[in-house]
Each structure stands twice: as structure tokens, then as C-alpha cells.
Design a protein around this ligand. Structure first.
Ligand code: UD1
Ligand code: UDP
Length: 361
């Protein structure tokens, strides 16, 4: 079986890394399965890309397209053109795409137009906010995929509410669990403190990169002002996404008293999650990782795709309102350990389930 994997953005390296590890485990057992990796170049800085391939032993990409730092249309369009050429050459049985980035949609569209079957990992998630580029990417990708690997029951229900059964006869929906949790469980023992970072015993881990927060000055101001206040209570460590960094550099926004560091590799990030007291974020992946490491999470968005965390009380949605962020931080900074007991994401076996399903398909 020949699989072409399309990836390009940071969370996709982490997700695909777990699946690649399972594919190579099957290869070692003599199973005839080949993976060709296409890196679109959507993320390209060494600390947003190379570091994950090095640390997580992800096979080096067979193709690197170098298409990053562009508008949505230019990025997606150029990716489709290049991916199509590769798919024509490689003639895969399956194209695997992950999550909801422009690289995901480009890979799916290129494959669908060549009538190559698509496996979408992290299918069925919805924020119900059509202004998010990710919502468009995930809805369109789901619609043209042959297997929809859902990380959660909520994702399966979303697809059922969209009448997935009527889309076309061979679309299969499978509750696989979450591949990102596979990585978090596997790499916990390899976690490393970021070199040179001085942290207190108790600190807040914060990330901000979502377009709706970075590209709206009022929202970004609200968030930065809130975390500055919070930093009077506990040190705030903020590995800064290049998108946010560029905006802050070009503004007069106040980031004093925050411990701002460059984006870190995954092993450093796992250390930060495991050792922090609480997570404040607008990241999708980090919300689940916080749960996996039994840390309360405050999500600085108006909605989340990971609704089960909010239902359990492990995560609170606060938007970008300064007062709400601060009051939720104080209300939520220590919560009962029982909250983290449920197995929400498949217990670290999602990649195995996905590869087994593909090999049987
Ligand atoms: C993308 C995804 C988002 C995901 C995020 C993960 C889309 C629409 N968005 O958002 O869903 O949560 O990745 O991090 O696909 N940049 C650099 N160096 C890099 C990468 C980016 O400088 O290595 C800067 C560039 O100025 C670029 C900007 O960040 O224009 C935004 O990058 P882009 O990939 O377009 O979107 P993200 O915000 O990273
Ligand atoms: N991450 C990382 N280094 C960082 C920030 C995040 O390794 O400096 C990891 C994080 O632990 C998670 C993934 O990147 O596994 C999430 O990516 P991101 O927040 O960029 O995207 P999202 O999940 O929101 O799409």
C-alpha cells in the first residue's frame, strides 16, 4: 500500500509523527506499506519545522514545496498545483491529511480531483464559526474524504448532524481517538527543560497565535493586558508564535514582565506543559495536552472544537476579554484532580487504530 502524507504546519508534524511511527512499526513487521511525505513549507523556520522532524524521528520529507508566508488563496492554490504533480507521479492508494490548515485543504483538493482516496485525521471537529479559516478547511476536507478519522465522540456526532451518510456511499466515519494524545503520552519520558530558561516552581504556560486574536488589535491588547496582570501572581512563560511576534514587534503593545521565548521544540514544550501550573492558550492542540498532563486550561477563544473539556470543567472559554481572563484564571487555577480522570482521547492508541483501518481498507 502506498500512502502520501501531506503536512506543512507545526501541529501536523506532531500529529503525523505518531502515525509515521506506527507505519514504520508495521514495516518492521514485514507489512507492505510505503509512506511518501510531502512538506508544503507552510511553516518553515527551524523552530517551527525542522526541530520536530529531528526530535520526533519523523522521516525526512520526500518533497519540500517551500510554499509559506503567503495569503490564503496564494498558499492554497500554489500547494494544490505542486501536490497534484507529486500525486500523478507517486500514484498513491491513499492521501493522508491532518487537521484543518491550508496544507490540509490543498492536499485534499489535489487528491480528490485525481480521484485518489483521502484519509482525514482529526475529522468532524467544528467550531461553528465560519469566519475561522480552519472551519472552512475542515468542512471542505471532510466533505471530499473517504475515511473520516474522528478524535472524539463529539466529532462523530457533528458529522452525523451533517448527514454524512447521504454524502456519498463510501464515506466511512471511524472514532479513532486523538493522535496528538498518542504523541504526548509517548514523548512524556523524553521531555527536556528549555535550555537557559529560568522558571519559578509555579508558572503559567501561555501561547497565542490564532488569527482572530492576533489580527484584531483590541483582542490582542485585552489578552496581553490580562496576562501581564496574571504575571504579578505567577510567572508567565510565552513561547511566541512568529505570527504574533511580528505583530507585537510592529506595535506599541506592552509585553513587559512576561517571559517571552522563541517557539520551542516538542520535547521542550512537553516539559513546559508537564511542569506548569496552568495553561492559557488559543491553541487547539494545547487544550488537549493540558488535559493529558492534568493541567487546568483557560482558552482565549469564543468557541472550541474540544467541547468535552469544557463539559468536564477542565477547560474554560473566556474569549479575549481582559477581566474575564483574569477572573477565570483566579477561579480556575487549581481544580480537583478527579476532573482529569476520564479517557477522552483514546488512551494513546489512535495511530494504531488508524493505520490498522487503512491497511484493511
Ligand atoms: C496556521 C494554521 C492554523 C494553525 C497554525 C499552527 C491555516 C489557515 N492556519 O496558522 O490553523 O493553528 O498554523 O501554528 O492554515 N511564520 C513565520 N515562520 C514560520 C511560519 C509562519 O514567520 O515558520 C509567519 C509568517 O509571517 C506567516 C504567518 O506566520 O505569514 C502566519 O503563518 P500561516 O501558516 O499563514 O498561519 P498560522 O497563523 O501559522
Ligand atoms: N508547540 C510546540 N512548541 C511551541 C508551541 C506549541 O511544540 O512553542 C506544540 C504544542 O505542544 C502542540 C502543537 O504545537 O502539540 C500545537 O500547535 P499550535 O498551537 O501551533 O497549533 P494548533 O494546535 O492551534 O492548530
Amino acid at each position: 500500500m502506498n500512502i502520501v502524507t501531506i503536512l506543512g504546519a507545526r501541529p501536523q508534524f506532531i500529529k503525523a509523527g505518531s502515525v509515521s511511527r506506527e507505519i514504520s512499526r508495521q514495516q518492521k513487521k514485514g507489512v507492505n506499506v510505503k509512506e511518501v511525505i510531502v512538506h508544503t513549507g507552510q511553516h518553515y523556520d527551524a523552530n517551527m519545522s525542522d526541530v520536530f522532524f529531528e526530535e520526533m524521528d519523523i522521516p525526512k520529507p520526500d518533497y519540500f514545496l517551500g510554499i509559506g508566508g503567503k495569503s490564503h488563496g496564494a498558499m492554497t492554490g500554489q500547494m494544490i498545483e505542486k501536490i497534484e504533480e507529486i500525486l500523478v507521479k507517486e500514484e498513491p492508494d491513499w492521501v493522508m491529511v491532518y487537521g484543518d490548515t491550508n496544507s490540509t485543504l490543498a492536499g485534499a483538493l489535489a487528491a480528490a480531483k485525481l480521484q485518489i482516496k483521502i484519509a482525514h485525521v482529526e475529522a468532524g471537529l467544528r467550531s461553528f464559526n465560519m469566519r475561522m479559516p480552519e472551519e472552512l478547511n475542515r468542512i471542505l476536507t471532510d466533505r471530499i474524504s473517504s475515511i473520516l478519522f474522528c478524535p472524539t465522540l463529539a466529532a462523530v456526532e457533528n458529522l452525523s448532524n451533517e448527514a454524512v451518510g447521504n454524502w456519498k456511499t463510501d464515506t466511512k466515519v471511524m472514532l479513532s481517538g486523538d493522535v496528538m494524545q498518542d504523541g504526548a503520552i509517548f514523548y512524556k519520558k523524553f521531555a527536556k527543560k528549555p535550555p537557559g530558561l529560568v522558571v519559578s516552581d509555579e508558572f503559567v504556560l501561555c501561547t497565542i497565535h490564532r488569527a482572530e486574536n492576533t489580527d484584531d488589535t483590541e483582542r490582542l491588547e485585552g489578552i496581553l493586558s490580562a496576562i501581564k496582570d496574571i504575571s504579578e501572581d505567577k510567572q508567565v512563560v510565552l513561547p511566541l508564535h512568529p505570527r504574533t511576534n511580528k505583530i507585537i514587534q510592529n506595535s506599541k503593545l506592552d509585553t513587559s514582565n512576561l517571559t517571552i521565548i522563541d517557539p520551542v521544540g516538542y520535547l521542550n514544550m512537553v516539559w513546559l506543559i508537564d511542569n506548569c501550573s496552568i495553561v492559557l492558550t488559543d491553541s487547539g492542540g494545547l487544550q488537549k495536552e493540558a488535559y493529558c498532563f492534568s493541567k487546568p486550561c483557560i482558552t482565549m477563544r469564543d468557541e472550541t472544537e474540544w467541547v468535552e473539556l469544557v463539559d468536564l470543567g477542565a477547560n474554560v472559554l473566556v474569549g479575549a476579554d481582559r477581566e474575564k481572563i483574569i477572573s477565570s484564571y483566579f477561579a480556575h487555577k487549581s481544580i480537583a484532580p478527579e476532573v482529569f480522570k476520564s479517557d477522552l482521547y483514546g488512551g494513546g492508541r489512535a495511530s494504531q487504530a488508524i493505520v490498522a483501518e487503512l491497511l484493511n481498507a
